[in-house]
Design a protein around this ligand. Sequence first.
Ligand SMILES: *Cc1c(COP(=O)(O)O)cnc(C)c1O
Length: 415
Amino acid sequence: MDAFTYQANKLYVENIAVETLVERYGSPCYIYSKTALMQRFQAFDQAFGARPHLICYAVKANSNLALLNVLAQLGSGFDIVSLGELKRVLAAGGQANKTVFSGVGKRADEIRSALELGIKCFNVEVSAELDRINHIAGELGVIAPVSFRVNPDVDAKTHPYISTGLKENKFGIEIHQALLEYQRAAAMPNIKIVGIDCHIGSQLTDIAPFLAALEKLLALVEQLSAVGIDLEHIDLGGGLGICYNQEQAPEPAEYIQALLSRLANSNYTVLLEPGRAIVGNAGILVTRVEYLKPTEHKNFAIVDAAMNDLIRPSLYSAWQNIIPVDKTGAGDERVWDIVGPVCETGDFLGKNRTLALKPGDLLAICSAGAYGFSMSSQYNSRPRVAEIMVQDDKVQLIRARETIEQLWLGEQLMV
Ligand SMILES: *Cc1c(COP(=O)(O)O)cnc(C)c1O
């Protein structure tokens, strides 16, 4: 969170006081640092040196057009999981031929559009998906580039909801089935095999599971080579963690060095699909304290942001740091549960936080750049909040706060 610092007790994003942004754009709002975003992308990109590579930013982490545009300008590729995400990439100035299409449930119309738009490759996750892609490519008279997402059955040792590389998870082709699927693909008229990929989970703070997955992939690559199937790229997915609390997440350079030293005697292009590790610590969610409600058992600080704006604490019991926007701290210091106005007991942003609070205070929920706005909803008919990007002393509203009327856009009374 280097882009977010205190100057004379006030929280700044780069050279702008958070307070002034809230005066202008209201609360709650997401605020991103463009410099932090760029630095994190470059940390990944530059660690590869001369090795052929492509960073495919995972769009689902944060899909705002301005953010995608910043990354596209730096040469980023993209990892998408829906046609909507592909259209966002294109609207933001990204290229289809640098975009890989992951996801377990690609619809026929999504496959067709992705082929028409010239996708870099499909990361195939289901046997029947391969047949569907071959069929649609045949109808269009094109050759579809494919990679198989294999499930290497390694334990990412992360939260069960974001662990994806175990054999009981729904993702990818079982590694023992993969050779067969590659051979099937090799015999199909409208398929070109280009790579192999995996994605074992999210918020990994240890490099070892990545290396274990790579080992399993390389064993398969050898088997493929023995039957005459040669690949252009190896894609290790996303999943590198960030520091929310005390985690010691490896730096991108450390992680990439470890991969490259294992891959030193090969010349595959290396793809990565980082999401959280690029954008997670480049953003905060700012919220205002509406009411303080100390009770006999618990002290509640009721704020104007809620689980619909940031669902990670409710969904994964995720811990995100909560800090005052003004540290002068004339408020009531107690241990508070920071809760939203949504009618769910699970609606909290943080529990047991020692803070000096008074009504009207602003708080920043840290590390909210990834899986924050992109997972937000309008639950309880709450318009989605504004998003702002700052670079140095330059400010840009990158998504206007939704209006109340937008809540029922497209709805029709029954006649
Ligand atoms: C979610 C996802 C990613 C990004 O994961 P992070 O943990 O945000 O890096 C990459 N690839 C695939 C296939 C995903 O589903």
